[in-house]
Design a protein around this ligand. Structure first.
Ligand code: GLN
Length: 506
Protein backbone atom coordinates (compact mmCIF):
# COMPACT_ATOMS: atom_id res chain seq x y z
CA UNK A 1 0.00 0.00 0.00
CA UNK A 2 1.42 3.42 -0.90
CA UNK A 3 1.98 5.59 2.13
CA UNK A 4 -0.18 8.34 0.61
CA UNK A 5 -3.17 6.02 0.93
CA UNK A 6 -2.70 5.69 4.66
CA UNK A 7 -4.47 7.93 7.16
CA UNK A 8 -2.36 10.78 8.52
CA UNK A 9 -1.81 9.17 11.92
CA UNK A 10 -0.19 6.07 10.46
CA UNK A 11 2.50 7.89 8.56
CA UNK A 12 5.75 9.21 9.93
CA UNK A 13 8.11 7.89 12.51
CA UNK A 14 9.07 8.54 16.10
CA UNK A 15 12.76 8.54 17.04
CA UNK A 16 13.45 7.05 13.63
CA UNK A 17 11.13 4.04 14.16
CA UNK A 18 7.58 3.35 12.94
CA UNK A 19 5.17 4.66 15.58
CA UNK A 20 3.70 1.16 15.86
CA UNK A 21 6.86 0.06 17.68
CA UNK A 22 5.85 2.26 20.60
CA UNK A 23 2.35 0.78 20.67
CA UNK A 24 3.93 -2.67 20.98
CA UNK A 25 6.40 -1.31 23.53
CA UNK A 26 3.64 -0.02 25.82
CA UNK A 27 1.31 -2.98 25.32
CA UNK A 28 4.10 -5.46 26.16
CA UNK A 29 5.27 -3.22 29.01
CA UNK A 30 1.86 -3.46 30.66
CA UNK A 31 1.61 -7.19 30.00
CA UNK A 32 5.00 -7.77 31.66
CA UNK A 33 3.95 -5.37 34.46
CA UNK A 34 1.09 -7.74 35.21
CA UNK A 35 3.20 -10.89 34.70
CA UNK A 36 6.12 -9.92 36.90
CA UNK A 37 3.92 -8.09 39.43
CA UNK A 38 1.89 -11.25 39.95
CA UNK A 39 4.96 -13.52 39.87
CA UNK A 40 6.54 -11.47 42.67
CA UNK A 41 3.57 -12.27 44.91
CA UNK A 42 2.99 -15.88 43.84
CA UNK A 43 5.05 -17.97 46.30
CA UNK A 44 4.38 -15.54 49.14
CA UNK A 45 0.66 -15.91 48.45
CA UNK A 46 0.93 -19.71 48.31
CA UNK A 47 2.86 -19.99 51.57
CA UNK A 48 1.13 -17.24 53.55
CA UNK A 49 -2.43 -17.25 52.24
CA UNK A 50 -2.97 -20.89 51.24
CA UNK A 51 -0.48 -22.01 53.93
CA UNK A 52 1.25 -24.40 51.56
CA UNK A 53 4.68 -25.85 52.28
CA UNK A 54 7.73 -24.39 50.53
CA UNK A 55 8.01 -27.71 48.70
CA UNK A 56 4.50 -27.57 47.22
CA UNK A 57 4.78 -23.89 46.33
CA UNK A 58 8.12 -24.54 44.59
CA UNK A 59 6.43 -27.26 42.49
CA UNK A 60 3.47 -25.02 41.63
CA UNK A 61 5.75 -22.12 40.74
CA UNK A 62 7.74 -24.44 38.48
CA UNK A 63 4.65 -25.88 36.80
CA UNK A 64 3.13 -22.42 36.27
CA UNK A 65 6.26 -20.74 34.88
CA UNK A 66 7.07 -23.68 32.62
CA UNK A 67 3.53 -23.84 31.20
CA UNK A 68 3.75 -20.10 30.53
CA UNK A 69 6.65 -20.85 28.15
CA UNK A 70 5.17 -24.01 26.60
CA UNK A 71 1.91 -22.43 25.40
CA UNK A 72 3.58 -19.79 23.14
CA UNK A 73 4.60 -22.67 20.85
CA UNK A 74 0.90 -23.39 20.22
CA UNK A 75 -0.09 -19.70 20.24
CA UNK A 76 2.58 -18.96 17.65
CA UNK A 77 1.38 -21.80 15.43
CA UNK A 78 -2.28 -20.74 15.61
CA UNK A 79 -1.34 -17.15 14.80
CA UNK A 80 0.89 -18.12 11.86
CA UNK A 81 -1.70 -20.41 10.32
CA UNK A 82 -5.06 -18.90 11.24
CA UNK A 83 -5.58 -15.85 13.44
CA UNK A 84 -2.69 -13.58 12.54
CA UNK A 85 -0.68 -12.06 15.35
CA UNK A 86 -2.81 -9.00 16.12
CA UNK A 87 -6.00 -10.90 16.92
CA UNK A 88 -3.96 -13.45 18.90
CA UNK A 89 -2.37 -10.72 21.04
CA UNK A 90 -5.73 -9.09 21.75
CA UNK A 91 -7.40 -12.38 22.66
CA UNK A 92 -4.40 -13.33 24.85
CA UNK A 93 -4.50 -9.99 26.65
CA UNK A 94 -8.18 -10.44 27.48
CA UNK A 95 -7.57 -13.95 28.91
CA UNK A 96 -4.64 -12.67 30.98
CA UNK A 97 -6.73 -9.81 32.42
CA UNK A 98 -9.50 -12.29 33.33
CA UNK A 99 -6.86 -14.43 35.07
CA UNK A 100 -5.53 -11.58 37.19
CA UNK A 101 -9.05 -10.46 38.09
CA UNK A 102 -9.90 -13.99 39.16
CA UNK A 103 -6.75 -14.13 41.30
CA UNK A 104 -8.19 -11.23 43.26
CA UNK A 105 -10.71 -13.70 44.70
CA UNK A 106 -8.89 -14.67 47.88
CA UNK A 107 -11.61 -16.73 49.52
CA UNK A 108 -11.03 -17.94 53.04
CA UNK A 109 -7.32 -18.84 52.69
CA UNK A 110 -5.91 -22.05 54.14
CA UNK A 111 -7.34 -25.00 52.24
CA UNK A 112 -10.56 -23.27 51.11
CA UNK A 113 -11.48 -25.54 48.15
CA UNK A 114 -13.48 -22.95 46.21
CA UNK A 115 -10.70 -20.38 46.49
CA UNK A 116 -8.11 -22.96 45.43
CA UNK A 117 -10.10 -23.95 42.36
CA UNK A 118 -10.55 -20.32 41.45
CA UNK A 119 -6.80 -19.94 41.89
CA UNK A 120 -5.90 -22.84 39.52
CA UNK A 121 -8.37 -21.50 36.98
CA UNK A 122 -6.89 -18.00 37.26
CA UNK A 123 -3.35 -19.28 36.65
CA UNK A 124 -4.62 -21.29 33.67
CA UNK A 125 -6.22 -18.18 32.12
CA UNK A 126 -2.87 -16.37 32.42
CA UNK A 127 -0.99 -19.35 30.93
CA UNK A 128 -3.30 -19.71 27.92
CA UNK A 129 -3.43 -15.92 27.46
CA UNK A 130 0.35 -15.62 27.54
CA UNK A 131 0.54 -18.41 24.96
CA UNK A 132 -1.41 -16.20 22.56
CA UNK A 133 0.31 -12.95 23.48
CA UNK A 134 4.01 -13.37 24.23
CA UNK A 135 5.62 -14.74 21.06
CA UNK A 136 3.13 -13.04 18.75
CA UNK A 137 3.61 -9.51 20.00
CA UNK A 138 7.37 -9.99 19.53
CA UNK A 139 6.72 -11.20 15.99
CA UNK A 140 4.77 -8.03 15.05
CA UNK A 141 7.83 -5.96 16.04
CA UNK A 142 9.84 -7.59 13.24
CA UNK A 143 6.97 -7.25 10.75
CA UNK A 144 7.07 -3.47 11.00
CA UNK A 145 10.41 -3.52 9.17
CA UNK A 146 11.56 -4.80 5.79
CA UNK A 147 13.74 -7.92 6.12
CA UNK A 148 17.05 -6.18 5.53
CA UNK A 149 16.22 -3.05 7.55
CA UNK A 150 19.12 -2.16 9.87
CA UNK A 151 16.64 -0.77 12.42
CA UNK A 152 15.35 -4.26 13.17
CA UNK A 153 17.92 -5.12 15.88
CA UNK A 154 17.64 -1.71 17.59
CA UNK A 155 13.84 -2.14 17.47
CA UNK A 156 14.13 -5.35 19.47
CA UNK A 157 16.42 -3.58 21.93
CA UNK A 158 13.77 -0.87 22.41
CA UNK A 159 11.13 -3.59 22.81
CA UNK A 160 13.28 -5.46 25.37
CA UNK A 161 13.43 -2.21 27.34
CA UNK A 162 9.62 -2.14 27.36
CA UNK A 163 9.61 -5.70 28.72
CA UNK A 164 11.93 -4.74 31.52
CA UNK A 165 10.28 -1.42 32.31
CA UNK A 166 7.16 -3.50 32.97
CA UNK A 167 9.24 -6.03 34.89
CA UNK A 168 10.61 -3.20 37.00
CA UNK A 169 7.35 -1.40 37.75
CA UNK A 170 5.12 -4.47 38.23
CA UNK A 171 6.74 -5.92 41.37
CA UNK A 172 7.01 -2.43 42.87
CA UNK A 173 3.31 -1.62 42.44
CA UNK A 174 1.76 -5.07 42.82
CA UNK A 175 4.25 -6.17 45.47
CA UNK A 176 3.72 -3.09 47.60
CA UNK A 177 -0.07 -3.24 47.33
CA UNK A 178 -0.26 -7.02 47.71
CA UNK A 179 1.99 -7.28 50.74
CA UNK A 180 0.96 -4.13 52.58
CA UNK A 181 -2.70 -3.48 51.67
CA UNK A 182 -4.01 -6.93 50.68
CA UNK A 183 -3.28 -9.73 48.19
CA UNK A 184 -6.30 -8.89 46.05
CA UNK A 185 -5.10 -5.30 45.64
CA UNK A 186 -1.78 -6.57 44.31
CA UNK A 187 -3.45 -8.94 41.82
CA UNK A 188 -6.00 -6.23 41.03
CA UNK A 189 -3.15 -3.88 40.11
CA UNK A 190 -1.82 -6.58 37.76
CA UNK A 191 -5.27 -6.81 36.14
CA UNK A 192 -5.42 -3.01 35.72
CA UNK A 193 -1.97 -3.12 34.11
CA UNK A 194 -3.06 -5.73 31.56
CA UNK A 195 -6.26 -3.78 30.82
CA UNK A 196 -4.16 -0.66 30.14
CA UNK A 197 -2.05 -2.76 27.77
CA UNK A 198 -5.17 -3.90 25.91
CA UNK A 199 -6.42 -0.29 25.63
CA UNK A 200 -3.08 0.89 24.22
CA UNK A 201 -3.10 -1.99 21.72
CA UNK A 202 -6.67 -1.36 20.56
CA UNK A 203 -6.30 2.41 20.25
CA UNK A 204 -2.94 2.01 18.50
CA UNK A 205 -4.23 -0.47 15.89
CA UNK A 206 -3.93 1.95 12.92
CA UNK A 207 -0.25 2.47 13.75
CA UNK A 208 0.44 -1.25 13.22
CA UNK A 209 0.02 -0.55 9.49
CA UNK A 210 -2.09 -3.63 8.90
CA UNK A 211 0.69 -5.97 10.08
CA UNK A 212 -0.06 -9.23 11.87
CA UNK A 213 -3.44 -9.67 10.16
CA UNK A 214 -4.73 -13.16 9.26
CA UNK A 215 -3.46 -14.64 6.00
CA UNK A 216 -6.95 -15.75 4.90
CA UNK A 217 -9.49 -13.49 6.64
CA UNK A 218 -12.48 -14.80 4.64
CA UNK A 219 -11.75 -18.40 5.56
CA UNK A 220 -11.27 -17.40 9.18
CA UNK A 221 -14.64 -15.67 9.50
CA UNK A 222 -16.72 -18.00 7.31
CA UNK A 223 -19.18 -20.21 9.26
CA UNK A 224 -17.66 -23.63 9.92
CA UNK A 225 -19.81 -25.45 12.48
CA UNK A 226 -23.32 -24.00 12.20
CA UNK A 227 -22.88 -20.30 12.96
CA UNK A 228 -19.43 -20.81 14.49
CA UNK A 229 -16.50 -19.59 12.41
CA UNK A 230 -12.94 -20.93 12.44
CA UNK A 231 -11.92 -17.88 14.48
CA UNK A 232 -14.57 -18.43 17.14
CA UNK A 233 -13.83 -22.13 17.23
CA UNK A 234 -10.23 -21.29 18.20
CA UNK A 235 -11.46 -18.89 20.90
CA UNK A 236 -13.96 -21.38 22.32
CA UNK A 237 -11.52 -24.31 22.33
CA UNK A 238 -8.87 -22.13 23.96
CA UNK A 239 -11.19 -21.08 26.76
CA UNK A 240 -12.14 -24.74 27.23
CA UNK A 241 -8.45 -25.67 27.37
CA UNK A 242 -8.23 -23.54 30.52
CA UNK A 243 -9.84 -26.44 32.38
CA UNK A 244 -7.16 -28.91 31.32
CA UNK A 245 -4.36 -26.44 32.01
CA UNK A 246 -5.82 -25.71 35.47
CA UNK A 247 -5.53 -29.42 36.19
CA UNK A 248 -1.95 -29.47 34.90
CA UNK A 249 -0.75 -26.57 37.12
CA UNK A 250 -1.68 -28.55 40.17
CA UNK A 251 -0.17 -31.78 38.76
CA UNK A 252 3.50 -31.06 38.50
CA UNK A 253 4.43 -34.60 37.42
CA UNK A 254 2.16 -34.40 34.40
CA UNK A 255 3.90 -31.17 33.31
CA UNK A 256 7.21 -33.02 33.61
CA UNK A 257 5.94 -35.85 31.38
CA UNK A 258 4.60 -33.31 28.87
CA UNK A 259 7.97 -31.54 28.75
CA UNK A 260 9.90 -34.78 28.34
CA UNK A 261 7.59 -35.88 25.55
CA UNK A 262 7.83 -32.52 23.72
CA UNK A 263 11.61 -32.42 24.26
CA UNK A 264 12.05 -35.95 22.90
CA UNK A 265 9.89 -35.24 19.83
CA UNK A 266 11.73 -31.95 19.14
CA UNK A 267 15.17 -33.58 19.51
CA UNK A 268 14.20 -36.54 17.33
CA UNK A 269 12.76 -34.20 14.70
CA UNK A 270 15.87 -32.00 14.64
CA UNK A 271 18.19 -35.02 14.41
CA UNK A 272 16.07 -36.50 11.63
CA UNK A 273 16.24 -33.18 9.76
CA UNK A 274 19.99 -32.90 10.42
CA UNK A 275 21.04 -36.40 9.41
CA UNK A 276 18.29 -37.22 6.94
CA UNK A 277 17.66 -34.05 4.98
CA UNK A 278 20.54 -31.61 5.36
CA UNK A 279 23.88 -30.87 3.75
CA UNK A 280 26.94 -30.93 6.02
CA UNK A 281 27.03 -27.21 6.84
CA UNK A 282 23.35 -27.02 7.75
CA UNK A 283 23.71 -30.21 9.78
CA UNK A 284 26.66 -28.77 11.68
CA UNK A 285 24.65 -25.64 12.44
CA UNK A 286 21.76 -27.74 13.66
CA UNK A 287 24.06 -29.61 16.02
CA UNK A 288 25.44 -26.29 17.31
CA UNK A 289 21.85 -25.12 17.90
CA UNK A 290 21.07 -28.31 19.80
CA UNK A 291 24.14 -27.76 21.98
CA UNK A 292 22.95 -24.23 22.84
CA UNK A 293 19.37 -25.42 23.38
CA UNK A 294 20.58 -28.03 25.86
CA UNK A 295 22.23 -25.31 27.97
CA UNK A 296 19.10 -23.18 28.14
CA UNK A 297 17.40 -25.33 30.84
CA UNK A 298 20.57 -25.33 32.93
CA UNK A 299 20.70 -21.54 32.95
CA UNK A 300 16.99 -20.92 33.62
CA UNK A 301 16.87 -23.76 36.11
CA UNK A 302 19.30 -21.83 38.28
CA UNK A 303 18.15 -18.32 37.37
CA UNK A 304 14.48 -18.99 38.08
CA UNK A 305 15.06 -19.43 41.80
CA UNK A 306 14.46 -15.69 41.71
CA UNK A 307 10.69 -15.71 42.13
CA UNK A 308 10.59 -18.85 44.29
CA UNK A 309 13.33 -19.78 46.78
CA UNK A 310 15.23 -16.47 46.63
CA UNK A 311 11.95 -14.61 47.12
CA UNK A 312 11.26 -16.68 50.27
CA UNK A 313 14.86 -16.29 51.46
CA UNK A 314 14.60 -12.50 51.01
CA UNK A 315 11.34 -12.48 52.94
CA UNK A 316 12.63 -14.54 55.86
CA UNK A 317 16.33 -14.00 56.19
CA UNK A 318 17.40 -10.70 54.62
CA UNK A 319 17.62 -7.38 56.41
CA UNK A 320 15.26 -5.49 54.12
CA UNK A 321 15.56 -2.11 55.83
CA UNK A 322 16.43 0.62 53.39
CA UNK A 323 16.43 4.21 54.68
CA UNK A 324 14.54 3.10 57.78
CA UNK A 325 11.72 1.36 55.85
CA UNK A 326 11.32 -2.41 55.72
CA UNK A 327 10.87 -3.02 52.00
CA UNK A 328 8.45 -5.90 51.22
CA UNK A 329 10.32 -8.92 49.79
CA UNK A 330 8.28 -8.98 46.58
CA UNK A 331 9.52 -5.51 45.63
CA UNK A 332 13.07 -6.89 45.22
CA UNK A 333 11.76 -8.86 42.26
CA UNK A 334 12.12 -5.66 40.24
CA UNK A 335 15.90 -5.52 40.72
CA UNK A 336 16.69 -7.89 37.81
CA UNK A 337 14.74 -5.72 35.35
CA UNK A 338 16.29 -2.55 36.78
CA UNK A 339 19.75 -3.98 36.16
CA UNK A 340 18.79 -5.08 32.63
CA UNK A 341 17.76 -1.52 31.81
CA UNK A 342 21.05 -0.20 33.24
CA UNK A 343 23.39 -2.87 31.84
CA UNK A 344 21.89 -3.70 28.42
CA UNK A 345 23.30 -0.61 26.67
CA UNK A 346 26.71 -1.27 28.28
CA UNK A 347 26.72 -4.87 27.04
CA UNK A 348 25.71 -3.83 23.54
CA UNK A 349 28.61 -1.35 23.51
CA UNK A 350 30.99 -3.91 25.04
CA UNK A 351 30.31 -6.50 22.31
CA UNK A 352 30.86 -3.85 19.62
CA UNK A 353 34.07 -2.66 21.29
CA UNK A 354 35.41 -6.20 21.66
CA UNK A 355 34.21 -7.07 18.15
CA UNK A 356 36.33 -4.26 16.66
CA UNK A 357 39.36 -5.79 18.36
CA UNK A 358 38.48 -9.28 17.19
CA UNK A 359 37.95 -10.30 20.81
CA UNK A 360 34.16 -10.68 21.03
CA UNK A 361 33.40 -14.05 22.66
CA UNK A 362 31.61 -16.51 20.39
CA UNK A 363 27.98 -17.41 21.10
CA UNK A 364 28.84 -20.69 22.89
CA UNK A 365 31.52 -18.86 24.91
CA UNK A 366 28.91 -16.29 25.97
CA UNK A 367 26.68 -19.16 27.09
CA UNK A 368 29.59 -20.51 29.15
CA UNK A 369 30.13 -17.07 30.69
CA UNK A 370 26.40 -16.84 31.47
CA UNK A 371 26.51 -20.13 33.39
CA UNK A 372 29.62 -19.10 35.31
CA UNK A 373 27.94 -15.83 36.31
CA UNK A 374 24.66 -17.37 37.40
CA UNK A 375 26.69 -19.80 39.53
CA UNK A 376 28.86 -17.03 40.97
CA UNK A 377 25.69 -15.13 41.92
CA UNK A 378 24.64 -17.96 44.23
CA UNK A 379 28.12 -18.20 45.75
CA UNK A 380 28.11 -14.42 46.38
CA UNK A 381 24.88 -14.78 48.36
CA UNK A 382 26.21 -17.81 50.25
CA UNK A 383 29.47 -16.06 51.13
CA UNK A 384 27.63 -12.87 52.13
CA UNK A 385 25.25 -14.75 54.40
CA UNK A 386 28.13 -16.67 56.00
CA UNK A 387 30.17 -13.52 56.43
CA UNK A 388 27.26 -11.86 58.26
CA UNK A 389 26.79 -15.00 60.38
CA UNK A 390 23.85 -17.35 59.81
CA UNK A 391 22.17 -16.27 63.04
CA UNK A 392 21.94 -12.72 61.65
CA UNK A 393 19.82 -11.38 58.82
CA UNK A 394 21.81 -11.22 55.57
CA UNK A 395 22.64 -7.64 54.46
CA UNK A 396 20.47 -6.62 51.50
CA UNK A 397 23.52 -5.72 49.42
CA UNK A 398 24.04 -9.44 48.74
CA UNK A 399 20.56 -9.67 47.22
CA UNK A 400 21.55 -6.85 44.88
CA UNK A 401 24.80 -8.70 44.16
CA UNK A 402 23.17 -12.01 43.22
CA UNK A 403 20.70 -10.19 40.94
CA UNK A 404 23.54 -8.17 39.37
CA UNK A 405 25.45 -11.36 38.47
CA UNK A 406 22.28 -13.12 37.31
CA UNK A 407 21.47 -10.12 35.10
CA UNK A 408 24.91 -9.98 33.48
CA UNK A 409 24.51 -13.73 32.91
CA UNK A 410 21.05 -13.21 31.37
CA UNK A 411 22.49 -10.59 29.00
CA UNK A 412 25.13 -13.09 27.81
CA UNK A 413 22.51 -15.74 27.08
CA UNK A 414 18.95 -14.57 26.51
CA UNK A 415 19.22 -12.03 23.64
CA UNK A 416 22.27 -13.86 22.26
CA UNK A 417 20.38 -17.16 22.17
CA UNK A 418 17.37 -15.76 20.31
CA UNK A 419 19.59 -14.22 17.68
CA UNK A 420 21.62 -17.47 17.38
CA UNK A 421 18.45 -19.51 16.83
CA UNK A 422 17.37 -17.23 13.99
CA UNK A 423 20.86 -17.45 12.43
CA UNK A 424 21.42 -21.20 12.78
CA UNK A 425 17.98 -22.32 11.62
CA UNK A 426 17.23 -22.84 7.96
CA UNK A 427 14.70 -20.15 6.96
CA UNK A 428 11.92 -22.74 6.72
CA UNK A 429 12.54 -23.74 10.33
CA UNK A 430 12.81 -20.38 12.12
CA UNK A 431 9.39 -20.44 13.82
CA UNK A 432 9.80 -23.98 15.08
CA UNK A 433 13.30 -23.14 16.29
CA UNK A 434 11.98 -20.15 18.28
CA UNK A 435 9.23 -22.31 19.67
CA UNK A 436 11.76 -24.91 20.79
CA UNK A 437 13.88 -22.17 22.37
CA UNK A 438 10.87 -21.26 24.52
CA UNK A 439 10.29 -24.96 25.19
CA UNK A 440 13.86 -25.25 26.51
CA UNK A 441 13.18 -22.22 28.73
CA UNK A 442 10.09 -24.02 29.99
CA UNK A 443 12.21 -27.05 30.85
CA UNK A 444 14.50 -24.71 32.81
CA UNK A 445 11.56 -23.30 34.73
CA UNK A 446 10.44 -26.82 35.53
CA UNK A 447 13.90 -27.75 36.83
CA UNK A 448 13.89 -24.53 38.86
CA UNK A 449 10.64 -25.71 40.44
CA UNK A 450 12.25 -29.04 41.35
CA UNK A 451 15.25 -27.28 42.93
CA UNK A 452 13.02 -24.87 44.87
CA UNK A 453 10.88 -27.80 46.05
CA UNK A 454 14.02 -29.66 47.12
CA UNK A 455 15.20 -26.61 49.07
CA UNK A 456 11.78 -26.51 50.76
CA UNK A 457 11.94 -30.23 51.59
CA UNK A 458 15.47 -30.26 53.02
CA UNK A 459 15.04 -27.07 55.01
CA UNK A 460 11.74 -28.31 56.49
CA UNK A 461 13.62 -31.35 57.84
CA UNK A 462 16.74 -29.49 58.92
CA UNK A 463 17.37 -27.96 62.35
CA UNK A 464 18.86 -24.95 60.53
CA UNK A 465 16.73 -24.12 57.46
CA UNK A 466 18.96 -21.20 56.45
CA UNK A 467 22.06 -23.40 56.42
CA UNK A 468 20.17 -26.08 54.46
CA UNK A 469 19.11 -23.51 51.84
CA UNK A 470 22.64 -22.13 51.55
CA UNK A 471 24.07 -25.62 51.10
CA UNK A 472 21.82 -26.15 48.08
CA UNK A 473 22.73 -22.69 46.73
CA UNK A 474 26.39 -23.53 47.13
CA UNK A 475 25.97 -26.84 45.30
CA UNK A 476 24.03 -25.34 42.38
CA UNK A 477 26.44 -22.37 42.30
CA UNK A 478 29.45 -24.66 41.83
CA UNK A 479 27.46 -26.78 39.38
CA UNK A 480 26.73 -23.70 37.23
CA UNK A 481 30.39 -22.69 37.30
CA UNK A 482 31.51 -26.23 36.46
CA UNK A 483 29.18 -26.57 33.46
CA UNK A 484 30.14 -23.04 32.39
CA UNK A 485 33.85 -23.89 32.38
CA UNK A 486 33.27 -27.06 30.34
CA UNK A 487 31.19 -25.03 27.86
CA UNK A 488 33.98 -22.44 27.59
CA UNK A 489 36.44 -25.24 26.79
CA UNK A 490 34.12 -26.70 24.13
CA UNK A 491 33.21 -23.29 22.70
CA UNK A 492 35.87 -23.17 19.94
CA UNK A 493 34.65 -26.52 18.53
CA UNK A 494 31.00 -25.49 18.66
CA UNK A 495 31.85 -22.15 17.08
CA UNK A 496 33.38 -24.03 14.13
CA UNK A 497 30.12 -25.96 13.73
CA UNK A 498 28.26 -22.67 13.33
CA UNK A 499 30.11 -21.87 10.03
CA UNK A 500 29.58 -18.15 10.57
CA UNK A 501 31.93 -17.23 7.73
CA UNK A 502 29.60 -18.92 5.24
CA UNK A 503 26.42 -17.38 6.67
CA UNK A 504 26.50 -14.45 4.27
CA UNK A 505 26.51 -16.73 1.22
CA UNK A 506 23.53 -18.60 2.63
N1 GLN B 1 12.77 -11.39 30.85
C1 GLN B 1 12.44 -11.76 29.51
C2 GLN B 1 10.94 -11.62 29.30
O1 GLN B 1 10.19 -11.53 30.22
C3 GLN B 1 12.92 -13.16 29.15
C4 GLN B 1 12.38 -14.23 30.03
C5 GLN B 1 12.76 -15.65 29.61
O2 GLN B 1 13.12 -15.96 28.47
N2 GLN B 1 12.69 -16.56 30.53
O3 GLN B 1 10.50 -11.61 28.18
Amino acid sequence: MASAALPEATRGTLLGHPKGLFILFFAEMWERFSFYGMRALLVLYLTKHFLMSDESSGMIYGAYTSLVYITPVVGGYLADHYLGQRKAVLFGGILIAIGHLLLGFEGGGGQDAVALNAFWTALAFIIVGTGFLKANISAIVGQLYPRDDVRRDPAYTVFYMGINLGGFLGPIACGLLGETVGWSYGFGAAAVGMLLGIIVFVIGKPLLLGKGEPAEPEKLSAPLFGPISQEWLIYILSVLSVLGIAWLVSHHDAVGVLLLACGAVATAYFLWEAFGRMEKIDRDRMLAALFLLALNPVFWGLFEQVGSSINLFTDRHVDRHILGWEVPASMFQSVNSMFIILFAPMFAALWVWLGKRGAEPSTPAKFGLALVQVGLGFLALVWGAQWAGLENATPVVFIFLIYALHTTGELCLSPVGLSAMSKLALPRMISIMMGVWFLATAAGDFIAGLIAANIGAVSAKSADPVLATLEVYSAIGWFGIGVGVVVLLLAPFVKRLMHLDRLKDA
